[in-house]
Structures are given as C-alpha cells and as structure tokens.
Design a protein around this ligand. Structure first.
Ligand SMILES: [Zn+2]
Length: 248
C-alpha cells in the first residue's frame, strides 16, 4: 500500500483533525513510499526502531512519537540517534497520541476497558476520555486491584483503604492521574490510570474516591495493537506488535 494513502486513511479513521495535541499526529518521519509490513509499539524508542529494522518493516506505528511541544528542537544525542536510524533505513514513523486515546473502537481507553471486561456505562467528560463502568456488585478495593494486576500482568499500586467497598470505576490510560478530580466530582468510587503523583495520595485521603496506578506503559499497550490489527485486516498489511517492558 502507498504510504501517503495509508496516512490519509488513518487521519480519517482516527479523526486526527479534531484534536489539539502536544505533538503532530500522523506521519512524523517519512520513509519508503510503499508499506507492506508495520511494526507497532507504545513508544518510538531506540529499542523499537532496532526491532523494526530487524523485522524488515517499512513503517513503525506508535502512541508516543516525537516532537513534543516544549522539547528541545536540536537534533542531537538521543534524538539524533533515533532519527539517524529511521532515515538511514528509510523507515517511516507514524504516531497517534490523543486521537488514539479517545477513539471509540481502537482507542486506548475503550481497549483497556475491554481488557478489564468493564462495559462503559457513560463518560465523565464531553471528549470521551474518561469512561466509567458500574460493576455487577460491590467488591473490595483490594479485589479490584488484584483483578487489574492479573489482567495487566503487573502489580498495581492501590491508594485507599483495601477493604473499602467499590462499585463505580472510572479510568483513563497513561499519565491521567490529575483527572481523579473529575471522578471525585462525579462521586465515583475508584479512578484508575497509569501513573501516580504525590498529590494523588492526598486527594484519596481527603475524598471518597480511591485510586489505582496500573502503569503508563501497561495501560497504553492496547490501542496501538488494535489499530495495527485494524490496518492489517483492512489493507492486508502485515502487522507485528513488539512489547518492550517498561516499569513505569
Ligand atoms: Zn501516554
């Protein structure tokens, strides 16, 4: 498939134009004009680039690309090393940040809800970034934490009384810990995100909402895999997801 056509199709599918983001969404680095194999991963790290080169991929598909607002513009050090490998190997970089968080089919939030088997009952916000579910019955925060940990294969950090009875759960993948306030405002029992801040603890102590930090990488693994699979099925492009563990 032609790279340019793929980029256009993805822009339409993910409704890229609707988002105001901190990075460019779409083709960030242009490689060879034809795409027959894609390697996907959460972040366009050096390790992912090397995996894509080893797999003889034509393009890399990620959630976390480059050129973030406020980052140093100079092409030196780590940035130079990554770009050099991409350009030398004629390897494209396709990155989708907020459009991939919010998408109703392949988005990180919807996909993570699927992993936890939490049907979305409604959204706490008007941008569909904060889904919530109602569990069939109340369970303890500890039991919910065990479920989250076992689904992700990673020990989640629980903030709150482990014996607290919980039934309503809201979530947002990645570094969305500050959105706990919206869960507090909505009277939700638990908020789940990837990362955690010092102040998250105080919010938990001083409100009725508990918190689960389940890992930034771990909560954002699923959108890019679903998007890669969608591309493979729709356009017959080979897709390989590469999991590169990240303790955060
Ligand atoms: Zn992220």
């Amino acid at each position: 498939m032609e790279l340019n056509l793929l980029v256009t199709e993805l822009a339409n599918f993910l409704q890229v134009g609707k988002f105001q983001d901190y990075c460019p969404n779409g083709l960030q680095v242009e490689g060879r004009p034809q795409v027959r194999r894609i390697v996907s991963g959460v972040t366009a790290s050096q390790a992912l680039i090397e995996a894509a080169i080893a797999a003889d991929a034509d393009a890399i598909l990620v959630h976390h690309g480059y050129f973030w607002r406020g980052e140093a513009a100079e092409v030196t050090g780590l940035k130079r090393n990554r770009l050099k490998r991409l350009l030398t190997h004629d390897l494209s970089l396709l990155a989708y940040h907020l459009p991939l968080d919010a998408h109703p089919e392949v988005g990180n939030n919807v996909q993570l809800g699927g992993v936890f088997e939490w049907p979305i009952t409604r959204y706490l916000d008007d941008k569909n970034m904060l889904p919530m579910t109602m569990l069939p019955q109340a369970i303890t925060l500890e039991q919910l934490g065990e479920h989250v940990s076992s689904c992700l294969g990673r020990q989640a950090l629980l903030l709150g009384d482990p014996q607290k009875q919980v039934r309503t759960v809201a979530w947002c993948t990645g570094a969305a810990q500050s959105y706990i306030q919206q869960a507090v405002n909505a009277g939700v029992d638990v908020f789940v995100s990837g990362e955690v801040s010092e102040q998250t603890w105080h919010t938990v102590c001083e409100t009725e909402t508990a918190y689960i930090s389940a890992g930034h990488h771990a909560t954002e693994r699923y959108g890019v895999q679903a998007l890669g699979q969608w591309i493979a099925e729709k356009y017959g492009i080979e897709h390989i997801y590469v999991e590169l563990d990240n303790p955060v």
